[in-house]
Design a protein around this ligand. Sequence first.
Ligand code: HEM
Length: 151
Amino acid sequence: MRFHHLALFLHLTGVVLWVGGMVFIRVCLVSPTLTAAQWAEALAHFFSLSWVAIALIVITGGFMLIAVGYARAPLGWLLMTFLGTIMIVVFASLWFGPWMALREALAKGGLAQAQAQAQARAAIQRINKHLDIVLVLAILTAVAATLGLAL
Ligand code: HEM
Protein backbone atom coordinates (compact mmCIF):
# COMPACT_ATOMS: atom_id res chain seq x y z
CA MET A 1 0.00 0.00 0.00
CA ARG A 2 1.34 3.40 -0.95
CA PHE A 3 0.80 6.55 1.14
CA HIS A 4 -1.42 7.75 -1.72
CA HIS A 5 -3.92 4.95 -0.98
CA LEU A 6 -4.09 5.92 2.68
CA ALA A 7 -4.54 9.58 1.70
CA LEU A 8 -7.38 8.64 -0.67
CA PHE A 9 -9.05 6.58 2.07
CA LEU A 10 -8.86 9.49 4.53
CA HIS A 11 -10.01 11.92 1.82
CA LEU A 12 -13.13 9.87 1.12
CA THR A 13 -13.74 9.35 4.85
CA GLY A 14 -13.78 13.14 5.22
CA VAL A 15 -16.15 13.49 2.25
CA VAL A 16 -18.53 10.83 3.65
CA LEU A 17 -18.62 12.44 7.10
CA TRP A 18 -19.08 16.02 5.86
CA VAL A 19 -21.54 15.40 3.03
CA GLY A 20 -23.35 12.64 4.98
CA GLY A 21 -23.77 15.07 7.90
CA MET A 22 -25.30 17.67 5.58
CA VAL A 23 -27.69 15.12 4.08
CA PHE A 24 -28.73 14.04 7.59
CA ILE A 25 -29.49 17.65 8.61
CA ARG A 26 -31.41 18.48 5.42
CA VAL A 27 -33.20 15.20 4.74
CA CYS A 28 -33.59 13.36 8.06
CA LEU A 29 -33.79 16.11 10.69
CA VAL A 30 -37.22 17.30 9.57
CA SER A 31 -39.34 17.12 12.73
CA PRO A 32 -41.45 20.32 13.02
CA THR A 33 -41.46 19.93 16.81
CA LEU A 34 -37.71 20.58 17.14
CA THR A 35 -37.04 23.76 19.11
CA ALA A 36 -34.40 26.28 18.02
CA ALA A 37 -32.25 25.17 20.98
CA GLN A 38 -32.46 21.51 19.88
CA TRP A 39 -31.54 22.54 16.35
CA ALA A 40 -28.55 24.46 17.67
CA GLU A 41 -27.40 21.46 19.71
CA ALA A 42 -27.55 19.15 16.68
CA LEU A 43 -25.78 21.75 14.52
CA ALA A 44 -23.02 22.26 17.11
CA HIS A 45 -22.15 18.53 16.91
CA PHE A 46 -22.41 18.64 13.12
CA PHE A 47 -20.03 21.62 12.89
CA SER A 48 -17.40 19.99 15.13
CA LEU A 49 -17.46 16.89 12.93
CA SER A 50 -17.48 18.99 9.74
CA TRP A 51 -14.34 21.01 10.57
CA VAL A 52 -12.38 17.82 11.29
CA ALA A 53 -13.71 16.30 8.03
CA ILE A 54 -12.82 19.45 6.03
CA ALA A 55 -9.29 19.43 7.46
CA LEU A 56 -8.97 15.77 6.40
CA ILE A 57 -10.27 16.53 2.89
CA VAL A 58 -7.98 19.53 2.34
CA ILE A 59 -4.81 17.99 3.81
CA THR A 60 -5.14 14.64 2.02
CA GLY A 61 -6.46 16.18 -1.24
CA GLY A 62 -3.65 18.75 -1.22
CA PHE A 63 -1.10 16.01 -0.55
CA MET A 64 -2.29 13.87 -3.48
CA LEU A 65 -2.46 16.86 -5.81
CA ILE A 66 1.00 18.19 -4.95
CA ALA A 67 2.47 14.68 -5.18
CA VAL A 68 1.28 14.41 -8.78
CA GLY A 69 1.84 18.09 -9.59
CA TYR A 70 -0.69 20.65 -10.86
CA ALA A 71 0.67 20.47 -14.42
CA ARG A 72 0.18 16.68 -14.63
CA ALA A 73 -3.08 16.49 -12.65
CA PRO A 74 -6.18 15.46 -14.66
CA LEU A 75 -8.67 18.25 -15.38
CA GLY A 76 -11.22 16.45 -13.18
CA TRP A 77 -8.93 16.82 -10.14
CA LEU A 78 -8.46 20.54 -10.78
CA LEU A 79 -12.22 21.00 -11.14
CA MET A 80 -12.71 19.07 -7.88
CA THR A 81 -10.21 21.33 -6.10
CA PHE A 82 -11.91 24.46 -7.46
CA LEU A 83 -15.45 23.35 -6.57
CA GLY A 84 -14.33 21.89 -3.22
CA THR A 85 -12.76 25.23 -2.32
CA ILE A 86 -16.02 27.04 -3.14
CA MET A 87 -17.88 24.51 -0.96
CA ILE A 88 -15.58 25.34 1.95
CA VAL A 89 -15.95 29.11 1.42
CA VAL A 90 -19.78 28.88 1.39
CA PHE A 91 -19.65 26.61 4.46
CA ALA A 92 -17.38 29.08 6.31
CA SER A 93 -19.74 31.96 5.43
CA LEU A 94 -22.59 29.90 6.93
CA TRP A 95 -20.57 29.40 10.12
CA PHE A 96 -19.59 33.06 10.51
CA GLY A 97 -23.02 34.36 9.39
CA PRO A 98 -26.27 32.57 10.27
CA TRP A 99 -24.71 30.11 12.74
CA MET A 100 -23.27 32.96 14.85
CA ALA A 101 -26.63 34.78 14.53
CA LEU A 102 -28.42 31.65 15.82
CA ARG A 103 -26.11 31.37 18.84
CA GLU A 104 -26.50 35.08 19.58
CA ALA A 105 -30.31 34.85 19.37
CA LEU A 106 -30.39 31.85 21.72
CA ALA A 107 -28.13 33.60 24.23
CA LYS A 108 -30.70 36.39 24.62
CA GLY A 109 -33.27 36.03 27.36
CA GLY A 110 -35.86 37.99 29.35
CA LEU A 111 -38.25 40.36 27.58
CA ALA A 112 -36.52 39.92 24.24
CA GLN A 113 -37.35 36.17 24.28
CA ALA A 114 -40.08 36.14 21.59
CA GLN A 115 -38.05 38.36 19.28
CA ALA A 116 -34.97 36.19 19.88
CA GLN A 117 -36.95 33.05 18.95
CA ALA A 118 -38.03 34.67 15.68
CA GLN A 119 -34.39 35.61 14.97
CA ALA A 120 -33.31 32.06 15.76
CA ARG A 121 -35.90 30.60 13.37
CA ALA A 122 -34.76 32.99 10.61
CA ALA A 123 -31.13 32.01 11.21
CA ILE A 124 -32.03 28.29 10.95
CA GLN A 125 -33.72 28.93 7.61
CA ARG A 126 -30.63 30.73 6.34
CA ILE A 127 -28.41 27.88 7.57
CA ASN A 128 -30.57 25.39 5.67
CA LYS A 129 -30.39 27.47 2.47
CA HIS A 130 -26.59 27.61 2.73
CA LEU A 131 -26.46 23.84 3.32
CA ASP A 132 -28.57 23.27 0.19
CA ILE A 133 -26.07 25.29 -1.86
CA VAL A 134 -23.13 23.35 -0.39
CA LEU A 135 -24.93 20.06 -1.13
CA VAL A 136 -25.51 20.98 -4.78
CA LEU A 137 -21.82 21.93 -5.01
CA ALA A 138 -20.92 18.60 -3.37
CA ILE A 139 -22.74 16.72 -6.13
CA LEU A 140 -20.92 18.76 -8.79
CA THR A 141 -17.60 18.17 -7.00
CA ALA A 142 -18.18 14.42 -6.86
CA VAL A 143 -19.10 14.46 -10.57
CA ALA A 144 -15.86 16.35 -11.34
CA ALA A 145 -13.86 13.87 -9.19
CA THR A 146 -15.28 10.82 -10.97
CA LEU A 147 -16.95 11.47 -14.35
CA GLY A 148 -14.54 14.41 -14.81
CA LEU A 149 -11.72 11.89 -15.19
CA ALA A 150 -13.14 11.11 -18.66
CA LEU A 151 -12.42 14.69 -19.84
C1 HEM B 1 -10.87 21.05 -1.71
C2 HEM B 1 -9.86 20.39 -1.93
C3 HEM B 1 -9.78 19.04 -2.59
C4 HEM B 1 -8.65 18.57 -3.17
C5 HEM B 1 -7.31 19.29 -3.25
C6 HEM B 1 -8.94 17.23 -3.68
C7 HEM B 1 -8.02 16.41 -4.32
C8 HEM B 1 -8.25 15.10 -4.70
C9 HEM B 1 -7.32 14.27 -5.42
C10 HEM B 1 -5.93 14.71 -5.87
C11 HEM B 1 -7.93 13.06 -5.63
C12 HEM B 1 -7.41 11.93 -6.51
C13 HEM B 1 -6.92 10.70 -5.86
C14 HEM B 1 -6.78 9.58 -6.86
O1 HEM B 1 -7.54 9.50 -7.85
O2 HEM B 1 -5.91 8.76 -6.66
C15 HEM B 1 -9.24 13.11 -5.04
C16 HEM B 1 -10.19 12.07 -5.05
C17 HEM B 1 -11.52 12.22 -4.78
N1 HEM B 1 -12.11 13.36 -4.26
FE1 HEM B 1 -11.18 15.14 -3.86
N2 HEM B 1 -10.25 16.94 -3.42
C18 HEM B 1 -10.82 18.00 -2.77
C19 HEM B 1 -12.14 18.09 -2.31
C20 HEM B 1 -13.11 17.13 -2.54
C21 HEM B 1 -14.49 17.26 -2.17
C22 HEM B 1 -15.07 18.46 -1.42
C23 HEM B 1 -15.14 16.13 -2.60
C24 HEM B 1 -16.60 15.72 -2.55
C25 HEM B 1 -17.60 16.49 -2.29
C26 HEM B 1 -14.15 15.28 -3.22
C27 HEM B 1 -14.42 14.02 -3.74
C28 HEM B 1 -13.47 13.13 -4.19
C29 HEM B 1 -13.77 11.78 -4.67
C30 HEM B 1 -15.15 11.14 -4.76
C31 HEM B 1 -12.54 11.21 -5.04
C32 HEM B 1 -12.31 9.77 -5.56
C33 HEM B 1 -12.38 9.73 -7.07
C34 HEM B 1 -11.04 9.87 -7.69
O3 HEM B 1 -10.09 9.20 -7.26
O4 HEM B 1 -10.92 10.61 -8.68
N3 HEM B 1 -12.93 15.92 -3.17
N4 HEM B 1 -9.43 14.37 -4.48
